[in-house]
Design a protein around this ligand. Structure first.
Ligand code: ADP
Ligand code: ZN
Ligand code: ZN
Length: 675
């Protein structure tokens, strides 16, 4: 009987792989292969791991070796490419391989004792996903689109393209036609399309299904039930699905014949995972494309400064779509309403009110954008100064009037609205500021006849309700839509001719240095919801109105002229001068403890625990939001102009930190975005 030693990656925080013994149970049993899943004993558990190599010897002494319990041979092995991708992510983000690779698999594959799964798998593989949408022909491309499609699909090697086009410029059509060419070029080619949030892009999914009628399309996102997830993952893994549409997690999908990657809205912060393995799906996509030597398309109206810089230095090819694709469509006119001169009443200025009234008279839709959900951000007592603070966080409890609740948006703490002030007994408690719910109430009072409708995370909590809500707007059953950033993305409202941004200023002075580029992107995006139908020959001229106290701010200046080029160029210059990303690289050590001092003490110790030539070690500081869920948090930022130098340092640093005896909970994030 043959005996082998399998090196297996397991989902544990221990930064190593594990050797196990495998002995054939019967004559002629297939030899295990790297990339197969194997069930092994680990501690007192049985867990599923991934075989990373197969050999005939091991350093582990015989009495310490345990036997593999079973190899899941029904499933085609994961490819060396896929293992290399996980290996890179593990290395770059400083995590054990198993912690990256195993959670990337559907849960049903990881469930230890599922002997029936193999028959299950066989049936699923046979069934596939199908796609019987009725076909939809390709429109003729305009010159800029044609150039982009040609450039992308003629690239046979690794070729990153930045597709830079305003909303409505027809980027989607470029993705579709470039994909069509790639699919034609080889009979088994697969394409991966990443979007920031799949629930907001049913339109794209629909376009794909009808354009590629008969071709299997898999979707992958976190909102899927486990069975569905397995079905779609498997179709991708077996090469049956030729197109995979997914959110950031799909970057780790197994795609044996991947030939092109598209990242739509590449600047979107949702591509960065903000817990556990804090990876950037965009950065991994670039790596994956390079490893496979295939083209990758990054699409955006407001590219990230990282991509913008690469386009400037020529590392990425910039493909510009300067105009809206629909014939004669123009960009909406952006105007500012100076709230210093014209005071808003209940959050809204008379100018904006009359603009809405005009739309109502003409039967057109208006969209009001306010990035703050809830009724009011805080409840306060005028008599004694009490305000509704969360007892567990450095944050206010947000008033949710309809649910009669005060709620913390950070730790989830919920309380009933007090009848009277908890400190002085005053019964006249006042909401301060306004969220979407309060705006909705106010607008309904101003326009009693209008159909006012709100879309935010609270109004769309139930599964499928977001899609239903957007359909209501598309069907024209809404006159005034109020919403958070949820309404900014993906939807093309035909009858919408007015967009109002109610209170965007706070982002101008945020601690987070990336806040202004995000604000620009958000406002551009929400502005893009309007005026898809507006034409140079008249039609319905669309307007975007921004209420601001700082009309002189350069951000608004460049926004009014739709000039992202200048905005981004100026920001880059500022960043270069200040020695900030994307000109330098960063890693962040976070620490949390019951008391702030413990976290800070740990960070001070961490700052000197290894030599660090060429690395800038900043001072440990409390995080802006210091306390969350009763834990105090502090951070230590390290920087270097050299990415390899930073990588090498962090590797050494983490080893040193692991050997430090501490009860402080810590983690290291590479390329942090929220600092
Ligand atoms: P983006 O993704 O850049 O925001 P879309 O791809 O959604 O833009 O295109 C905006 C609109 O223009 C859509 O209604 C689309 O059908 C239309 N469109 C795109 N390309 C063309 C074209 N070549 N000819 C006519 N209409 C087009
Ligand atoms: Zn009081
Ligand atoms: Zn809280």
């Amino acid at each position: 009987m043959e005996q082998l030693f399998l090196t297996i990656a397991l989902d544990t925080p221990l930064d190593r792989v594990f050797d196990y013994r495998w002995t054939a149970q019967q004559e002629g049993e297939p030899r295990p292969q790297p990339g197969q899943l194997a069930l092994v004993p680990f501690g007192r558990q049985e867990v599923m791991g991934i075989i990373v190599s197969v050999g005939s010897n091991t350093d582990v002494p015989a009495d310490k070796l345990k036997d593999v319990l079973a190899v899941r041979s029904q499933l085609a092995p994961l490819s060396p490419h896929w293992l290399a991708l996980c290996g890179f992510a593990a290395d770059y983000y400083q995590r054990p391989l198993g912690e990256v690779a195993i959670p990337a698999l559907p849960k049903n594959l990881r469930v230890a004792k599922s002997t029936s799964l193999d028959n299950n798998l066989k049936k699923l593989a046979k069934a596939g996903l199908g796609n019987d949408a009725s076909p939809n022909p390709e429109p003729a491309l305009n010159a800029a689109q044609q150039q982009a499609v040609d450039a992308i699909s003629s690239a046979s090697r690794f070729a990153p393209h930045l597709l830079y086009g305003v909303t409505g410029s027809g980027k989607t059509e470029v993705y579709l036609q470039a994909s069509a060419r790639v699919l034609q070029q080889s009979p088994d080619a697969q394409i991966l399309i990443l979007v920031p949030e799949i629930n907001l892009t049913p339109q794209l999914e629909g376009h794909l299904r009808s354009r590629f009628s008969g071709i299997q399309i898999a979707t992958l996102h976190s909102g899927m039930a486990e069975g569905e997830r397995l079905r779609h993952w498997l179709a991708a893994h077996l090469g049956q699905a030729r197109i995979v549409l997914g959110t950031r997690l799909a970057i780790l999908a197994s795609l044996p014949n991947l030939k092109m990657i598209v990242i739509d809205e590449e600047h979107d912060p949702s591509y960065k995972q903000q817990e556990g393995l804090r990876y950037s799906a965009r950065d991994l996509a670039i790596w994956r494309a390079r490893q496979l030597d295939i083209p990758v398309v990054l699409g955006s109206a407001t590219p990230s400064l990282e991509s913008w810089l690469h386009a400037r230095t020529g590392r990425y090819t910039k493909l510009a779509l300067p105009e809206r694709a629909v014939k004669n469509a123009v960009l909406p006119a952006v105007t500012l309403i100076n709230t210093e001169r014209e005071k808003p009443l209940n959050g809204i200025t008379p100018t904006l009110i009359s603009a809405i009234r005009k739309r109502l008279e003409k039967g057109e839709q208006s969209l009001l954008f306010l990035n703050r959900r809830g009724y009011a951000p805080v409840l306060a007592c005028d008599a004694c100064g009490w305000i509704s603070n969360c007892t567990r966080c450095t944050a206010h409890l947000v008033l949710h009037k309809g649910d009669h609740a005060l709620r913390c948006h950070h730790c989830g703490l919920e309380q009933r609205i007090p009848r009277s002030c908890p400190t002085c007994g005053n019964i006249d408690l006042q909401p301060l500021g306004r969220g979407t719910q309060r705006m909705e109430e106010g607008l309904q009072a101003v326009f009693p006849e209008a159909r006012v409708f709100r879309i935010d995370a609270d109004s769309t909590r139930l599964k499928g309700s977001a899609e239903a809500a957007f359909d209501t707007v598309h069907r024209g059953e809404v006159d005034i839509l109020i919403g958070t950033q949820m309404v900014a993305k993906g939807h093309d409202f035909k009858n919408l001719t007015l967009v109002g941004a109610l209170n965007p200023d706070s982002a101008l002075f945020s601690q987070d240095y990336r806040a202004s580029e995000r604000l620009f992107a958000q406002l551009m995006q929400v502005a893009g919801r309007a005026g898809r139908a507006a034409t140079k020959e008249g039609g319905n001229p669309s307007e975007v109105m921004i209420q601001t106290r700082y009309p002189q701010h350069p951000l608004y200046h460049w926004l009014m002229s739709h000039n992202y080029d200048r905005f981004a160029d100026d920001l880059l210059e500022e960043r270069q001068g200040a020695g900030m990303p994307p000109y330098i690289y960063q890693a962040l050590l976070r620490a949390e403890a019951r008391e702030l001092q413990f976290a800070l003490d740990f960070l001070h110790e961490a700052a000197v625990c290894v030599e660090h030539p060429g690395i800038t070690m900043n001072d440990p500081i409390p995080m802006t939001m210091t306390r969350v869920a009763n834990m105090d948090r502090a951070q230590l930022l390290v920087e270097s102009p050299s990415r390899p130098a930073l990588q090498a340092f962090v590797k050494q640093w983490i080893n040193a930190l692991r050997s430090m005896k501490t009860r402080v909970k810590w983690s290291v994030e590479i390329d942090p975005v929220d600092i």
